[in-house]
Design a protein. Structure first.
Length: 653
């Protein structure tokens, strides 16, 4: 999707504002691409089509291309909804899940539980692992998914990802131990990586960049909606009774089956025709191995640091240093040495691409840290329940959904993406300092209004960075460009969570050890120790309600102060993202798609046009024959005598 770096395209002239499932036709004849075929088919579908052409496209259905596209896109939205809902709901219920599984272990063998608690760093360490392995597993294979779908095809990798997610959900739902839960979360994380990357890649194959705004906005709404209802759903199942949390995983199974069925039946995208040996030879084995090892090492260091070991301990420093060295080696080989690179040099060959990738990283870091700790504010400072805290973040989630689709459509209408990216970072830079207004005495109007600016920035930047990423490379590199962007965004999200957690824990831990707090804790007979209460994922927020007012207010002030320190730490990252975004340039957005994978739809369109042409040709020939016969009869009638004309008329009757 590489274009010249200083073009400012003008808005397109469209006959109507309604979004089209396929790109609309252009007046210029310079682009003879798959998008042109698709648009003509969608806008003027013929009444009939031959059986042979139908079977060449999809032997299992006789649906029109427009309906076909909507079914495939619906399947992608269902897959994205499944991924986002699982992530947001399970994270809310994790304390209950850990407690139940540890109680089961204690019931079966108290000695086993004691040894495991010691080895895992206690309840908090176990909690971290169940959450961390999901992120580490997904992040490590995101670029691999982008490369594999180039070799094995989109459909095969997407279905494989859904099956991984399905099997992982089944294992988690049936878990009888913490180890079994961790295995299931690893499989879920790997499946999630394929789902979120392939959903974006398939949309890029079906709709060209200049017409894609509406569809990216819809995916943004799906993600925001699932993220909004996820915490209350997780809270309901975690508080419904012992073992009810398993339904969070069981419910994934029928939804996964629906998505798998729809993609199997309706998604017939072209797959490169190569033998297995050739496909294996095109895999970037070296690069992906380095990336996976580097990601795992970094994940271990960030997970252990501050929770199980001190940040300066060898257990943290060794994997951290090794992961940095592996990342440097990976990017050196990818950019300069490897032939079939997962991250080709062209992906980072201009300032717009570099700016877009860096802003994706910064946006993931800032927004995920905020999303992670906003519920903590409501539970620990405002003493809200899990369900109520999920409802209290509705202003944030609803604003993100509305903003995502509105600004995605604005990119499609204006054919410009730089103003939207700048505006998104303006709201982000404005919203992070406003979070400092949150305290123990904040009124509902305050904590509702404070969420809006950061939600506006999050919604805009959920979709806007993708456009400069894709406009700066050739369409043939779209899948690898999207995989790299999603990897960097996921990398930023992981660092954001770990950074927020580290700052929060250190702040609470140091404040809670003051003589005043210790005296209050002793007098109030607190039922939890410092390690429990210093964690942002503490299971003991509810116990604050049972303290006397002096002790409760003191601990809530500690939490409020720790959160303010996190917001202060995030301000430089928001400022850095805003400055990097200024390097972004307006490039022309592509009007074509990758024909290697959208060619099946193109052939379908060509066949429909050909069938339509043959039908119109036959009708034209028939009309011409009738006209000639009429002329002949008229000429004959003029040459006959009047009496013979009457006889001829009677005979013809």
């Amino acid at each position: 999707m590489m274009r010249s770096s200083n073009l400012h395209p003008t808005p397109l002239n469209r006959p109507s504002p309604q979004p089209q499932p396929y790109p609309s036709s252009r007046s210029s004849s310079a682009h003879t691409t798959s998008s042109t075929h698709l648009s003509s088919t969608a806008s003027n579908p013929p009444a009939t089509i031959g059986r042979s052409s139908m079977e060449s496209f999809n032997p299992r259905t006789s649906l029109t291309p427009r309906t076909h596209f909507y079914l495939v896109f619906s399947a992608l939205c269902i897959s994205s909804f499944l991924s986002a809902l699982d992530l947001s709901s399970v994270s809310t219920a994790l304390p209950t899940i850990v407690a139940d599984l540890q109680n089961d272990r204690h019931a079966s063998s108290s000695s086993t539980r004691s040894s495991t608690s010691a080895s895992s760093g206690g309840e908090g360490g176990t909690y971290i692992w169940i959450g961390a392995v999901y992120t580490i597993a997904g992040m490590s294979i995101l670029p691999l998914c982008g490369g594999m779908c180039e070799i094995w095809g989109r459909k095969a990798i997407l279905l494989t990802s859904l099956f991984f997610f399905l099997f992982g959900s089944t294992i988690c739902g049936a878990s009888q131990s913490l180890e079994m839960m961790i295995v299931g979360r690893v499989l879920q994380g790997m499946g999630d990586a394929g789902i979120i990357s392939l959903a974006e890649i398939v949309v890029a194959d079906l709709v060209n960049l200049s017409e894609r705004g509406t569809y990216e906005g819809i995916i943004g709404v799906v993600w925001a909606g699932a993220s909004a209802i996820g915490p209350p759903v997780g809270g309901v199942f975690s508080e419904a009774g012992r073992g009810r949390w398993r339904w969070l995983f069981w419910l994934n199974i029928p939804v996964s089956v629906v998505a798998i069925s729809m993609i199997s039946c309706f998604m017939n995208m072209k797959t490169p025709k190569r033998d297995i040996k050739s496909n294996l030879g095109r895999m970037d084995w070296c690069g992906n191995a380095l990336l996976i090892l580097a990601t795992i090492g970094l994940g271990l260091a960030l997970t252990w640091g501050g929770a199980r070991y001190t940040w300066l301990s060898p257990q943290v420093l060794v994997p951290l240093i090794l992961s940095v060295m592996l990342f440097i080696t990976f990017f050196y080989l990818e950019l300069f040495r490897l032939k079939h690179a997962t991250v080709p040099k062209e992906l980072l060959s201009n300032r717009t691409a570099i700016s877009a990738h860096l802003t994706s990283f910064a946006h993931g870091l800032v927004t995920m840290a905020i999303i992670y700790l906003i519920p903590t504010y409501f539970q620990a400072v405002k003493l809200a329940s899990t369900i109520m805290s999920g409802c209290m973040v509705f202003p944030f989630s609803c604003t993100v959904a509305f903003t995502a689709i509105a600004f995605a459509m604005s990119i499609q209408v204006t054919q410009r993406y730089v103003p939207q990216n700048h505006l998104g970072w303006f709201f982000t830079l404005l919203g992070v300092p406003l979070l400092l207004l949150l305290n123990v005495d904040s009124k509902p109007a305050t904590w509702i209004l404070v969420q809006l600016p950061i939600a506006l920035g999050c919604g805009i930047l959920f979709v806007a960075p993708q456009f400069p990423v894709l406009a700066s490379v050739r369409v043939q590199l779209a899948s690898k460009a999207l995989a790299l962007q999603l990897f960097l965004a996921s990398f930023g999200q992981t660092l954001g969570i770990m950074l927020a957690e580290a700052v929060f824990q250190s702040s609470v831990h140091s404040a809670i050890q003051s003589p005043e707090i210790e005296a209050l804790a002793a007098n109030a007979s607190l039922l939890f120790d410092i390690q429990d209460i210093s964690s942002p994922y503490s299971m003991h927020f509810g116990a604050l309600k049972h303290l006397d007012k002096a002790a409760s207010d003191a601990v809530r002030e500690v939490y409020s102060g720790a959160l303010r320190r996190v917001w202060l730490v995030l301000i430089p990252f928001a400022l850095g993202g805003c400055l990097v975004c200024c390097a972004m340039k307006e490039l022309e957005m592509h009007e074509e798609t990758d024909e290697r994978f959208a060619a099946v739809l193109q052939d379908r369109a060509a066949l429909r046009d050909e069938e339509k042409g043959r039908t119109e040709g036959k009708m034209s020939q028939g009309r011409e024959g009738l006209r000639e016969e009429s002329i002949q009869l008229s000429s004959t009638a003029k040459l006959l005598p009047a009496s013979d004309q009457g006889k001829e008329s009677s005979a013809s009757c």
